[in-house]
Every structure is written in structure tokens, then in C-alpha cells.
Design a protein around this ligand. Structure first.
Ligand SMILES: Nc1ncnc2c1ncn2[C@@H]1O[C@H](COP(=O)(O)OP(=O)(O)OP(=O)(O)O)[C@@H](O)[C@H]1O
Ligand SMILES: [Mg+2]
Length: 233
């Protein structure tokens, strides 16, 4: 349902991505793995139309989205949670959720604040709290919940477990498994295998802007050479 075919990306003259291809199916969780600066965020930004690619294509439900502006891509049902979270610190949890609200979509689960509070019980307890008075992990949850208010059929999560407490990491894994059950296509980026292997069906490894490996997480676990060569331990 989500397919990246031979894209590149530049920041100024510097070539950041080269011939990147992979796909994510409905109900599938794919981990985009790689070290600092490997090109994970740039791949997601290119998929979201925030960085342009001069080659290849990005298709979503069989339709090219490569030349579309980001907000149109979101409206088509591709959700994106950036690394830096970008919640509104002055707005409460409820108000942040309202900002993300979009119409019901025939091909995707429909989310309400109450349904999201079942997925994120700790957000329910702080529904009237301003976003700025929440921990990093709680803000990460809120950022994902707000994106789900747009009723996406696929979602890109840029380092969802980064800098959050172990107990919240567990909850994050539970959340991603629930999204998979709901039939969403999930692409998540990670630097190491620990979190990714809890939730992912497949792994795609990027280094210096190129894909170095694709396979099941099980295959990757059984392949220490690849892990040592491309992943942070
Ligand atoms: N706005 C920018 N301008 C110029 N170069 C950039 C910019 N953003 C990223 N880069 C460079 O592009 C390369 C890929 O960066 P990217 O942010 O995609 O990596 P990443 O895999 O997400 O890393 P991290 O795990 O640290 O988030 C790096 O060499 C980085 O320095
Ligand atoms: Mg990044």
C-alpha cells in the first residue's frame, strides 16, 4: 500500500539518499533501521513531500504522492509523527487532539479521543494538562494520538522510542501492535534493534543514504555481521 521506488534526496549539493526502495503493506510493521545520520528522517520527509526527490516515485494506495504538498499527503491518509514531536505546548491534551481531527475515512479506523484514551491510558488522566507540562514520553504519545485523530491508513513514526522511559517504551510497543491489529501500515525508524524487534515484521537497513539490507527481523537477528556493520548496539 505504501511503496518507495528508487528515490534520491539532496540538501543543497549534498546527495543524502540514493536509490532508496522498499514497501510497507497494510497491517505490516516495517522498521527503518540505521545509525545517526544514516538517512532515516530524510527518507520519511521525502515520503511526506517535505524534501523533494528528482528520481523514482512514492506511491500510496497505488497512486503517486511524490509531487504533492505535505498537507495533501496527510489528507489522503498518510500520517507522520516527526522526530521532534511538535505538539502545541500551550494547548491541553484534548485541544491538541482536536487540532489533528479529520473526517472519517472509508479505508481506515476512525479515532475519537475516547478510543485513543483506551490506547493511551496515561493521556486520559492528563486530558486537561497543557502539552508543555508533560514528559518527553507523554508528549510522544500525544503526538502519535494527534496524528491518529486524522484517521490515517498508514503512519510513519520517526524514532518513537527515543529518549523515553522503559515503562513507556513498553506501552509504545503495545500501541504499535494495536495499530497493526487495526490494519494500519506502520513504518518506524530506529537506531537499534531492541525496540524494533518487539513490534516489527520486517527490517530495512539504511546507511549513508542507501539501503544495505532488507529481511525479516528474525533473519536480521540471526545475522550478527549485518547488525554489527550497520546498527548501533
Ligand atoms: N536540513 C539539512 N541540511 C543539510 N543536511 C542535512 C539536513 N538534515 C539532515 N542532513 C544530513 O543528512 C544526512 C541524513 O540525515 P537524517 O536526519 O536523515 O539521518 P537520520 O538517520 O534520521 O539520523 P538520526 O538517527 O540522527 O535522526 C546526515 O548526514 C545529516 O547531516
Ligand atoms: Mg532522524
Amino acid at each position: 500500500m505504501l511503496e518507495v521506488q528508487g528515490i534520491n534526496a539532496f540538501y543543497g549539493q549534498a546527495k543524502i539518499l540514493d536509490d532508496v526502495s522498499f514497501s510497507v503493506g497494510a497491517g505490516e510493521v516495517v522498521a527503518l533501521l540505521g545509525r545517526n545520520g544514516a538517512g532515516k528522517s530524510t527518507t520519511m520527509k521525502t515520503m511526506m513531500g517535505m524534501v523533494s526527490s528528482t528520481k523514482g516515485d512514492v506511491t500510496f494506495n497505488g497512486e503517486t504522492i511524490k509531487k504533492l504538498p505535505s498537507h495533501v499527503i496527510c489528507q489522503k491518509g498518510l500520517g507522520y509523527v516527526p522526530e521532534e514531536r511538535r505538539i502545541f505546548t500551550e494547548l491541553t491534551v484534548m485541544e491538541n487532539l482536536e487540532v489533528g481531527k479529520q473526517d472519517k475515512r472509508p479505508d481506515a479506523p476512525f479515532w475519537t479521543p475516547d478510543k485513543l484514551f483506551k490506547l493511551f491510558p496515561n493521556l486520559a488522566e492528563m486530558r486537561n494538562r497543557p502539552g508543555g507540562q508533560m514528559s518527553g514520553g507523554e508528549q510522544q504519545m500525544l503526538s502519535i494520538a494527534r496524528t491518529l485523530m486524522g484517521n490515517p491508513s498508514a503512519i510513519l513514526l520517526d524514532e518513537p522510542s527515543e529518549g523515553i522511559a522503559p515503562v513507556i517504551v513498553e506501552q509504545m510497543a503495545f500501541t504499535i501492535m494495536e495499530l497493526k491489529k487495526e490494519g494500519l501500515a506502520v513504518l518506524l525508524s530506529e537506531q537499534n534493534l531492541h525496540f524494533a524487534k518487539l513490534v516489527s515484521d520486517r527490517a530495512v537497513i539504511v546507511e549513508k543514504g542507501s539501503i544495505r539490507y532488507q529481511g525479516t527481523v528474525k533473519e536480521l537477528e540471526e545475522n550478527p555481521e549485518i547488525r554489527d556493520a550497520y546498527l548501533a548496539v
